[in-house]
Design a protein around this ligand. Structure first.
Ligand code: UT7
Length: 442
C-alpha cells in the first residue's frame, strides 16, 4: 500500500496510503438536545443539516480517539508505526496544553523514531497538517507521516448555549502520507488566515490572556463563543475561493474534480459553495447530518466515509477544503493514487497489530518506570546520567533515520606530532570594588 519506493534523486510525491476514523459510541440526537436546551429538531435540521452527533464518554478523550483513528490508518497503509518519521495532530481541543497530544499518540502506538507535534489552525487544522506532511515527504525529510485530526468539542461547549451546543460533535480521523515515485497524491495546497476575525470564534479563557480563575469560570469563558452569522458569511465566501485557488494551483479545471470534501460545519454553507462553484451537488461529500461539526476531524472522517462508499477511485481528482477559527482557511488538491479499494485486513494482521500496541504499552511503562526508579534510587545526579545516556541513544537513532550514519567529526590523534601547547591561562582580572567573588570577606 505504501506505493512504489521513490527515487533518491528525482521527483518525489506525497500520497495518502492509509486512512481511519473513530467516533465515540454515544450518539446525541436533536431530540435529546431539545430535552435540555430551548431548541428543536426542525430548527437544527433546517438551519444546519445536523440530525445527530457523537459525544465522548467519560473515558474518551482527544487522545484516545486519535489513537483509534491512527491505528486504523496504519492498518490500511500496512505500515509499522516504527517506520513513521512524524506524527502531527491537528486539534483545538488537545488532551493538555502540554505535552502535545501528538506525543501521547507517538508513545501509545510505539512510533519510536517519529517527531511529534500538535497543530492549531481551527477547523482548517487537518488541511494545514496535510500540507506540512506533504512538504516533509516531498522534500525528503520524511518517508511516512501520520496526520490526525481529533477533537472533543463537547468538553468546550456550554451545554446551555443553544447557539453553539447544537453544532458540534466529537471524533477523529487520520491518514498516513507516504513518499511515492508516481505522479499522484497531494498536488497543491492553499493556506490562508485573517487574524482580525479571531474574536468571531473563540474560547476566551484558560490561556495566558485570561488564565484559569474563579472569575473566568463564572463568566463561562472556558467555553466556545461564536458570532455565527459572521462566521457563516466568511465561510460561504472563502470555501469556493479556496477550492478554486487549489484547483488553479494544481493546473486543473473545476470540471476535472470528481469529488469535493468540504469541512462539515453547516449544510447551508456547503450549498452556498455548490451554487458559487456551479458544480453538480453530487460532487460534494456531505455527512454532517450524522456527526455535526467535528472541527479538524470533519474532513478526514468524511474522506474515510467517501472511500468506504466507493466515491474515491484511482486517478480521481479531488479537493479537500476547510475553514475555521483564526480565522483560517485551507484547501489541498489530491490526485488519488491508491489502486483499488482496500479489503478489510485479515484477522491475523489485526492480531499482529494488537501485539505491537501491547508491546508499545509495555515499552512506555518500562520507560516511565526507569525514570521513576532512577529519580528515587539515584537522586537527581544519577537520573541526569541516565537521561544523558537516553539522549545519546535517541540522537544516534535520529542520525540513522535521517539516512546518515555520520557521527560528529572527532579530532583524530595525529601521530609523530608534538603535543599541542597548553592553552594560555585567561588574564586575571581584579574584581570590581566591593566584589570578592566567592571568597568570603576576611
Ligand atoms: O467550523 C466553523 C464553525 N462555525 C460555523 O461554521 C458556524 C457558521 N454559522 C452558522 O452555521 C449559522 O450562523 C448558525 C447555524 C450558527 C446559526 O444560523 P443562523 O441562520 O445564522 O441563525 P441566527 O444566529 O441568525 O439566529 C436566528 C434565530 C435567533 O432568534 P431571533 O433572535 O431571531 O429570535 C436565534 O436566537 O434562531 C435562534 N436560534 C435558535 N433557535 C432554536 C439560534 N440557535 C437556535 C437553536 N434552536 N439551536
Amino acid at each position: 500500500m505504501a506505493g512504489s519506493k521513490p527515487p533518491l534523486h528525482g521527483p518525489r510525491y506525497a500520497q495518502i496510503t492509509g486512512w481511519g476514523m473513530a467516533v465515540p459510541e454515544k450518539v446525541m440526537t436533536n431530540a435529546d438536545l431539545a430535552r435540555t436546551v430551548d431548541t428543536n429538531d426542525e430548527w437544527i435540521v433546517s438551519h444546519t443539516g445536523i440530525k445527530e452527533r457523537h459525544v465522548a464518554g467519560d473515558k474518551e478523550t482527544t487522545f484516545t480517539l486519535a489513537v483509534r483513528a491512527a491505528r486504523e490508518a496504519l492498518l490500511v497503509a500496512s505500515l509499522q508505526p516504527s517506520r513513521l518519521d512524524l506524527v502531527i495532530v491537528a486539534t483545538v481541543t488537545p488532551e493538555y496544553f502540554f505535552p502535545s497530544t501528538a506525543c501521547l499518540v507517538q508513545d501509545a502506538i510505539g512510533a519510536a523514531y517519529a517527531g511529534a507535534y500538535d497543530l492549531s489552525a481551527g477547523c482548517s487544522g487537518f488541511i494545514y497538517a496535510l500540507n506540512q506532511a506533504a512538504n516533509a515527504v516531498r522534500s525528503g525529510s520524511a518517508e511516512h507521516v501520520l496526520v490526525i485530526g481529533s477533537e472533543t468539542l463537547s468538553r468546550f461547549v456550554d451545554w446551555t448555549d443553544r447557539n453553539t451546543c447544537v453544532l458540534f460533535g466529537d471524533g477523529a480521523g487520520a491518514v498516513v502520507v507516504s513518499a511515492c515515485a508516481e505522479r499522484c497524491g497531494i498536488m497543491a495546497s492553499v493556506l490562508g488566515s485573517d487574524g482580525s476575525g479571531g474574536d468571531l470564534l473563540i474560547v476566551p479563557g484558560g490561556g495566558s490572556h485570561s488564565p484559569p480563575s474563579h472569575e473566568m469560570l463564572d463568566r463561562g469563558d472556558q467555553y466556545c463563543k461564536m458570532n455565527g452569522r459572521e462566521v457563516y458569511r466568511f465561510a460561504a465566501t472563502i470555501m469556493p475561493r479556496a477550492t478554486e485557488a487549489a484547483v488553479h494551483k494544481a493546473g486543473w479545471q473545476l470540471a476535472d474534480l470528481s469529488l469535493i470534501i468540504p469541512h462539515q460545519a453547516n449544510a447551508r454553507i456547503i450549498d452556498a459553495a455548490i451554487k458559487r462553484l456551479n458544480l453538480p451537488s453530487d460532487r460534494f461529500f456531505v455527512n454532517i447530518d450524522r456527526y455535526g461539526n467535528t472541527s479538524s476531524a470533519s474532513i478526514p472522517i468524511a474522506l474515510c466515509e467517501a472511500i468506504a462508499a466507493g466515491r474515491v477511485n484511482q486517478g480521481d481528482r479531488m479537493v479537500l477544503v476547510g475553514f475555521g477559527a483564526g480565522l483560517t482557511w485551507a484547501a489541498v488538491a489530491v490526485e488519488w493514487g491508491v489502486p483499488e479499494p482496500t479489503k478489510p485486513r485479515p484477522w491475523f494482521i489485526r492480531w499482529v497489530a494488537e501485539i505491537w500496541y501491547f508491546l508499545a504499552g509495555i515499552r512506555s511503562v518500562a520507560r516511565r518506570t526507569e525514570r521513576h526508579l532512577y529519580d528515587r534510587v539515584m537522586g537527581p545526579e544519577g537520573a541526569d546520567g541516565v537521561r544523558g545516556d537516553l539522549r545519546q541513544r535517541t540522537d544516534r537513532m535520529r542520525i540513522r533515520i535521517a539516512g546518515s550514519t555520520q557521527r560528529p567529526a572527532q579530532p583524530k590523534p595525529q601521530k609523530n606530532l608534538p603535543a599541542p601547547p597548553p592553552a594560555p591561562a585567561p588574564p586575571k582580572q581584579d574584581p570590581p570594588d566591593g566584589d570578592h567573588g566567592s571568597t568570603p570577606p576576611k
